[in-house]
Design a binder for this molecule. Structure first.
Ligand code: PHE
Length: 289
């Protein structure tokens, strides 16, 4: 895909509102686009039981996402608002950081208003409707995760004042996008980047390559990540309550200042304080280079 095809805007497109939202224009989706959703939905929902965490599976049920076709946000939002007060809003593509955080802080999840093309079935560089809605929205129906995401939005706005966005972004990456959780002694997925990917839903849990390390806020904020392939680290939380507690009850101000003195951690490196559940062989990443 060439850069030109990406839905990245540095300036607000003329057809969008001040907060960058657009109408979903559900009627404009083609039959092919609805079928793309159905295909991806069928493939993921078949493999996720026993892999995705309880909150995610419940979210799919509560929101009735199994209905065929790209979800109509007017209908989806009725259910989501009833569950946690969150709603999905359509945006043209990636939006500026402050705009994104402001939406989250107000319990609105911005979703890109396009769906991947057949040649992007397994991989695309930017979030589409399937990633944003199938991957993110079920978790937003969980009351604890719903609070976490709102707190993250507020924290995001605050991080801009500390010039600490790069550190906070890593927390999003290693929790909201690629987080694993312990459930009944086993690992399960809650990260949207994993549950919306067929290959990574298997890789993250079963492959010997990546590290699986217990969640550690400061460690995560120091850890580099990759956006072009399966992760080399996954961080594991004990529970959603734990995640909320560890983040909401900590003032990130001093943490950010401390991080300025500490070096970043290279992507696959382990450190002394890590509680390692699985020491990755990193075979997969090595084969690719
Ligand atoms: N406690 C964080 C702060 O002081 C805010 C936050 C909460 C950030 C939850 C991320 C997730 O900035």
């Amino acid at each position: 895909m060439s850069q030109d095809d990406l839905h990245v805007y540095t300036q607000r497109p003329a057809h969008s509102r001040e907060d960058w939202t657009v109408d979903q224009n559900w009627d404009n989706f083609t039959q092919d686009e609805h079928e793309m959703w159905d295909h991806l939905f069928a493939r993921q929902s078949k493999m996720l039981p026993g892999r995705a965490c309880r909150a995610f599976m419940q979210g799919i049920d509560v929101l009735k996402l199994e209905k065929p076709g790209i979800p109509d946000y007017a209908i989806l939002n009725e259910r989501l608002i009833a569950a946690t007060g969150w709603q999905v809003v359509a945006v043209p593509g990636l939006v500026p950081d402050d705009v994104f955080f402001d939406h989250l802080a107000n319990r609105r999840f911005p979703a890109g208003n396009f769906i991947r093309k057949p040649h992007q079935l397994d991989y695309l560089q930017e979030p589409d409707i399937f990633h944003d809605v199938f991957g993110h929205v079920p978790m937003l129906a969980d009351p604890v995760f719903a609070d976490y995401m709102q707190a993250y939005g507020k924290g995001g706005l605050r991080s801009l004042e500390y010039d600490a966005l790069d550190h906070l972004a890593r927390l999003y990456w290693y929790t909201v996008e690629f987080g694993l959780i312990k459930e009944d002694g086993e690992l399960r997925i809650y990260g949207a980047g994993i549950v919306s990917s067929y290959g990574e839903s298997i890789f993250a849990l079963d492959d010997g390559s990546p590290n699986r390390i217990m969640f550690d806020l400061q460690r995560i904020m120091r850890t580099e990540y990759r956006i072009d392939d399966y992760q080399q680290n996954y961080f594991v939380i004990e529970s959603l309550d734990d995640l909320l507690k560890a983040t909401v009850e900590t003032d990130f101000g001093p943490l950010y200042r401390g991080l300025e003195q500490l070096p970043d951690i290279k992507i696959a490196d382990l450190i002394d304080t890590d509680i390692i559940l699985h020491r990755g062989s990193q075979k997969y990443a090595q084969l690719k280079t």
